[in-house]
Design a protein around this ligand. Structure first.
Ligand SMILES: CC(C)(COP(=O)(O)OP(=O)(O)OC[C@H]1O[C@@H](n2cnc3c(N)ncnc32)[C@H](O)[C@@H]1OP(=O)(O)O)[C@@H](O)C(=O)NCCC(=O)NCCSC(=O)c1cc(O)c2ccccc2c1O
Length: 335
């Protein structure tokens, strides 16, 4: 009998397995990959023992205003009592929360306030009611040079809002119930995270109504879902339900409509447990490559911000103010 080594046996075993695989009846489905686990919910790791469960209770919201003290008409701006969470709600439900220039001006004011308020760590953007997050620009106000409401000239000021959200050094979470379409779909895409209710519907409509967003609306989408799917979304203008959107990478999680706010609050509270500076730097780092010079500026600004808190940076400033040479000799030149 021939001398068969262990290696030969293993090779033969692999070949037989390969052939057997091809011979399997077609009806036998290949093994399904295990469902992706969202987070490891080990009940007893030391982090959980120290920090406890993240609360899923409701928040107590109080109306907020910005330094202008002006009333909001198109949005609702609120802060959660004692929580570090701001909520900005587009409040035009009878228009499926379509935005007009004034809506965008108010959103910009509220986002600025939430950015400057050091008690706020996370911002939720949402739409009033369950029918729509936002249906984009108000078509009734579209003119030959943008959208015009109280002014005689048109605007595309939603583009300024998109940039503001992208550069805002705190996480912005889109909380989506109902339609997020057209410019509303772009708004959720520029947010850092999207929590979708199971009734959410996503899609672009621009080419159907003679419009397009060739800025973030195209480039961020392509990054999020890939160039082929982005073409599909823009060229065909189909709508996608929440689960399809989740598969495409457009949303982080789909939850029952009635749990939408509680789940969003849980995500906010989980973020708020973590280091605000780490979150801030990470947001700018995650955007840096795509945002080019503006991305580097944001990331670089964070480096300067952190450096200003050091003794080494202070030495430079104090020496200048005291008209003496700075003594940097005591600071290490780290490898
Ligand atoms: C969102 C819908 C799919 C919802 O359909 P549904 O059947 O549930 O509701 P209705 O269609 O009956 O709507 C109820 C009510 O709301 C009005 N409405 C809804 N959306 C808008 C809107 N966007 N503008 C104006 N009015 C709206 C609707 O007319 C009804 O009013 P009634 O008086 O008749 O009761 C469906 O409503 C829908 O498809 N809406 C339109 C979506 C759309 O095309 N949006 C605009 C795309 S363009 C855009 O948003 C845009 C965004 C940008 O960021 C840009 C950036 C740079 C350049 C251009 C941009 C741009 O154009």
């Amino acid at each position: 009998m021939a001398d068969v080594s262990g290696k030969d046996l293993r090779t033969a075993g692999r070949r037989i397995a390969r052939i057997a695989h091809h011979l399997l009846p077609l009806a036998t489905p290949p093994p399904r990959p295990l469902p992706i686990q969202r987070s490891v919910a080990s009940a007893n790791d030391s982090y959980r023992r120290v920090h406890g469960e993240v609360s899923t209770r409701e928040a107590t919201w109080i109306p907020a205003c910005d330094e202008s003290g002006k009333e909001y008409t198109d949005i609702i701006y609120e802060k959660a009592v004692g929580e570090g969470i701001a909520k900005i709600t587009i409040n035009r439900p009878d228009r499926r929360n379509a935005f007009r220039p004034n809506t965008i001006k108010e959103l910009i004011r509220a986002f600025n306030d939430a950015r400057d308020d050091s008690t706020i760590g996370v911002i939720i953007l949402t739409g009033k009611g369950n029918e729509a997050f936002c249906s984009g620009g108000d078509q009734a106000l579209r003119s030959s040079d943008g959208y015009a409401d109280f002014e005689s000239f048109g605007r595309l000021n939603v583009l300024d809002l998109q940039v503001q959200i992208r550069r805002l050094p705190k996480p912005v979470i889109a909380m989506v119930a109902g339609y997020a379409v057209g410019g509303g779909h772009i708004l959720h895409m520029v947010c850092d995270l999207t929590i979708a209710a199971d009734n959410a519907v996503f899609g672009q409509t621009g080419p159907k109504v003679g419009s397009f967003d060739a800025g973030y609306g195209s480039s961020i989408m392509s990054r999020l879902i890939g160039p082929k799917k982005a073409r599909e979304m823009w060229f065909l203008c189909r709508f996608y339900d929440a689960y399809e959107a989740e598969k495409m990478g457009l949303v982080n999680i789909v939850v029952p409509l009635e749990r939408l706010e509680l789940e969003t609050l849980k995500w906010c509270r989980e973020i708020l447990r973590n280091s605000p500076t780490a979150i801030r730097v990470l947001k700018s780092a995650l955007n840096a490559v795509d945002d080019g010079h503006a991305g580097l500026q944001e990331l670089g600004g964070n480096a300067t911000l952190i450096f200003y808190g050091t003794e080494e940076a202070s030495e430079g400033k104090i020496a200048y103010l005291n008209h003496r040479r700075p003594d940097f000799s005591k600071f290490p030149r780290r490898p």
